[in-house]
Design a protein around this ligand. Structure first.
Ligand code: FAD
Length: 328
């Protein structure tokens, strides 16, 4: 039985998704505890050339399954290919990004190979005594964090939220084996026909990539005040984001929501304005490098995860902050 840690390296249109690098980084740190290899599994048509990139970001080995049928994501062929790789190589752990593709794929694979699946994990570690993977995921609406172990079945399988794990620095000196794995496909593997692919037009900036986020909550009072926050964000070379309350009120696009049912962000600076700091919000921003909170209530939970707290009315504080940044 192999004890290696396998990671599904998701690509779309030949572009490796960030979550692939994040999972390889996490797998590399887990592999240190287990003393085993990190193996990335890449599926697609003519994608072998991306294998080296995965090695430079921390994979020890890359398994590539190439076929025209894998050019665009389709559930059946992708599930068949990954199931075949797992049956052949018997990994100890298999990690998949909790993206729309990963969420579709992972349960089908776990059912086929008869193992458990912990979905939407936000933390992973190896138990030093049992060497089992401890998979943490929010439960009961984020009110508690459940730690789940898979005792008897292999591989131990998890989908992991994008944006939560840290990728490794690219290391140009790293080398490793990139090998092809053959899977035979036939007509029975195609049970859907793709008629047209409509690409989503980019309407908003990607808040997960922003170095600075000025985030507004219900406490900003109305939609218009996001204009003030946007000006401050621009001065700081950042983006605006929000709590769910602001999204539910129709003040902000859902794409900019931070938290358990929004995005997980990790900027250099997260400025929380009029956000109480509910556990579901904190789950999406607690790994930010520096958190500054402005809130008129000194007991607001957001101060518990802040490096710097300003108690007061944000409508008096934001204009002064803008002036100070302009002068700096
Ligand atoms: P509030 O909790 O109403 O806080 C407003 C804050 O503004 C208060 O602390 C107040 O003191 C302060 N304030 C008011 N006026 C001023 C002023 N003039 N100056 C300074 N401070 C002021 N929430 C998320 O954000 N993201 C999620 O992904 C998310 N997912 C959820 C998933 C589930 C299953 C559930 C049940 C809830 C989820 N929530 C999420 C909602 C979450 O529980 C909170 O309701 C929400 O985060 C509250 O948003 P808020 O902090 O903007 O508003």
């Amino acid at each position: 039985m192999s004890k290696d840690i396998f990671v599904f390296a998701e690509q779309r249109d030949g572009k490796l998704q960030n979550v692939s690098y994040e999972l390889i980084g996490e797998a590399a740190s887990l592999a240190q505890d287990l003393g085993q290899k990190v193996v990335a599994v890449l599926l697609g048509d003519k994608v072998k050339q991306y294998g080296d990139e995965l090695i430079k970001f921390g994979a020890d080995e890359v398994i590539v399954v190439e076929a025209p049928i894998l050019k665009e994501y389709m559930t059946e062929p992708y599930a068949k290919a990954l199931t075949a790789v797992i049956r052949d190589r018997n990994p100890e752990i298999f990690l998949i990004g909790a993206t729309s593709i990963g969420r579709d794929l992972a349960p089908r694979i776990s059912a086929r190979i008869k193992t458990g699946l912990t979905a939407d994990c936000t933390a992973l570690c190896i138990d030093p005594d049992t060497k089992l993977l401890m998979m943490t995921r929010p439960a009961f609406g984020g009110n508690l964090m459940a730690i789940i172990r898979c005792k008897d079945h292999r591989p131990q399988m998890a989908t992991v939220r994008p944006g939560v794990m840290q990728p490794m620095e690219k290391d140009l000196s790293r080398t490793g084996k990139v090998e092809r794995f053959q899977v035979k496909f036939d007509d029975r593997d195609i049970n859907i026909e793709i008629l047209e692919i409509v690409k989503k037009t980019k309407t908003a900036a990607d808040i997960t990539a922003a170095k600075c986020l000025v985030s507004g909550g219900r406490g900003i009072g109305n939609k218009e005040y996001f204009g003030e926050l946007r000006e401050l964000a621009e001065l700081l070379d950042g983006e605006i984001s929000s709590s769910r309350a602001a999204v539910d009120a129709g003040w902000m696009d859902k794409e900019r929501q931070v938290g358990q049912t929004g995005k997980t962000v990790r900027p250099e600076l997260y400025l929380a304005c009029g956000i109480s700091g509910a556990i579901q919000h904190v789950a999406g921003m607690e790994n930010s490098n520096t958190v500054i909170a402005i809130n008129k209530s000194e007991t607001a939970p957001i101060f518990g995860v802040s490096d710097l707290g300003i108690v007061g009315d944000l409508r008096a504080i934001i204009p002064r902050l803008k002036e100070a940044v302009k002068k700096a």
